[in-house]
Design a protein around this ligand. Structure first.
Ligand SMILES: C[S@@+](CC[C@H](N)C(=O)[O-])C[C@H]1O[C@@H](n2cnc3c(N)ncnc32)[C@H](O)[C@@H]1O
Ligand code: SF4
Length: 444
């Protein structure tokens, strides 16, 4: 056996990561970028970069509060961007432009009030042409912003999934994660979400918080299970640079890894014993629950249209977005620049995704799903087998016991250990070029 790597290197929810994006010198026109793309099953993502608080662990692109009508100016800019993007998509499109799924993410989309959420849905429908009542529509929310009036707008406009960040039902743990909240407020928010009758409820929980024990973790899991959520996401805690937790003294790294691995295994076993299936390291779905556009289940071949200043868009050979930052001051100035932008017809910051990167992305995203990757599907798409393209990586994973040896020759599937080490395995598949770009990125 090779020496085991550390289990928590990074969460790969999109490859290549935004820190590998760079300003695009030629600022390509969206019209050209999308001209030859398939546009009949696009995903639409609208990003709202506002929160009521900045949680200690969070490095998402979001700011606290929105002074001076900033949400109105942001929605105005979103409207201008949607108009420009829709023009580019429709230019010369022989076949129809159609959205097969939509999501509002953040930050906290429900930071917007009920009237603003109506406007957000209007932008998706009237500007982009997405039929929100006909496709899965997933929305992120938080306990303090999941109010009855906002949820009723979302339900009425076609939301099929609501995902709420709870993190912990134990008040001391929420405080330790710099996410102070009262349990009674969390329970009330969950009640309002169930009252809104949106088909899928997802609850996010975090393990590895200072002071968390197997018993307190179980308490949070059971408190979540009492709501019979269709989905649960269990996140290992990360303390990333420039976040409040990242600036604190770290506990012993090895001890923390062991704590998180232990809590992961306990959480997984607890949910498996209570009628949940494991979809990926983080995601669990109640058996028989509908699939309603869960965000880490994106099909690798679909095009993605992201609107808003933290959103990514994907064509088959370019991923692009706007500038990226974690620090508060930089985030604020990027949002301000976005709200004054008039010309949204070009891609500004991004990264080309060539044939090799496309294969890596496919392998990465499929292998990190518990059901694994059909070798034949890969061969049909790329004309080669994963073992031809990634012999060194796959041998190493096999040597570490990360691959399920019972899966047979036609299926590449992670073993339980491999799934537990998803956050080490994912980064191990990054190309040298992406790795170098990420290392050269200066956090701001
Ligand atoms: C957009 S938020 C969810 C919605 C809402 N903003 C909220 O916090 O209630 C995304 C989720 O990612 C998870 N997350 C973000 N940063 C994390 C970190 N450093 N470690 C662990 N989980 C993290 C949290 O569970 C969080 O709920
Ligand atoms: S976890 Fe959610 S509420 Fe907290 S800062 Fe991040 S996006 Fe905002």
């Amino acid at each position: 056996m090779t020496n085991a790597p550390r289990p928590y290197e990074s969460y790969v929810y999109a490859y290549p990561h935004k820190t590998a994006y760079r300003p695009l010198a030629d600022r390509p026109a969206l019209r050209e970028l999308w001209a030859d793309e398939r546009k009949d099953a696009l995903s639409l993502y609208l990003h709202i970069p506002f929160c009521e608080v900045r949680c200690g662990f969070c490095n998402l692109f979001t700011r606290i509060g929105a002074p001076d009508e900033l949400t109105t100016r942001y929605l105005d800019a979103l409207d201008r961007q949607a108009t420009a993007v829709a023009d580019a998509l429709h230019a010369g499109a022989a076949t129809g432009v159609r959205f097969a799924a939509a999501a509002f993410g953040g930050g906290t989309p429900t930071f917007l009030d009920a009237g603003e959420l109506e406007r957000l849905c209007d932008i998706a429908e009237k500007r982009m042409g997405a039929d929100l009542r006909a496709v899965p529509l997933s929305v992120e929310t938080s306990p303090s912003t999941a109010t009855a009036d906002r949820l009723s707008v979302l339900a009425e406009r076609g939301a099929t999934r609501v995902s709420i960040g709870v993190q912990s039902f134990v008040e001391e743990e929420a405080k330790a994660a710099v996410r102070p909240q009262r349990r009674s407020d969390v329970e009330a928010a969950l009640g309002r979400i169930r009252d809104a009758r949106i088909p899928v409820l997802n609850i996010d929980l975090i393990y590895g918080i200072d002071g968390q024990t197997p018993e307190s973790w179980r308490l949070s899991l059971d408190a979540a299970l009492a709501w019979r959520p269709e989905e649960l996401y269990l996140y290992p805690l990360y303390a990333r640079p420039l976040t409040p937790l990242g600036r604190r003294a770290h506990p012993s790294e090895a001890g923390w890894d062991a704590q998180r691995l232990d809590l992961y295994r306990r959480g997984r076993d607890h949910l498996l014993a209570r009628g949940y299936e494991q979809v990926s390291m983080r995601m669990f779905r109640r058996s028989g629950a509908p699939r309603e556009g869960a965000d880490d289940y994106a099909c690798q071949t679909d095009g993605m249209i992201g609107l808003g200043c933290g959103a990514r868009s994907y064509t088959s050979d370019l991923h692009y977005s706007f500038d990226y930052a974690v620090g508060m001051r930089e985030i604020r100035s990027i949002i301000d620049a976005y709200t004054t932008t008039e010309d949204f017809s070009r891609a500004e910051v991004g990264r080309a995704v060539d044939a090799d990167e496309t294969r890596r992305r496919h392998l990465l995203q499929s292998l990190l799903q518990a059901e694994g990757m059909a070798v034949e599907g890969y061969r049909e798409r790329f004309g080669s087998r994963p073992a031809d393209d990634f012999p060194g990586e796959l041998d190493r994973f096999a040597g570490l016991g990360w691959l399920d040896t019972d899966a047979g020759p036609d299926l590449l599937r992670l073993s339980p250990t491999g799934l537990a080490y998803s956050d080490a395995l994912g980064p191990a598949l990054f190309s040298p070029a992406v790795r170098a770009a990420m290392a050269a990125y200066e956090a701001k």
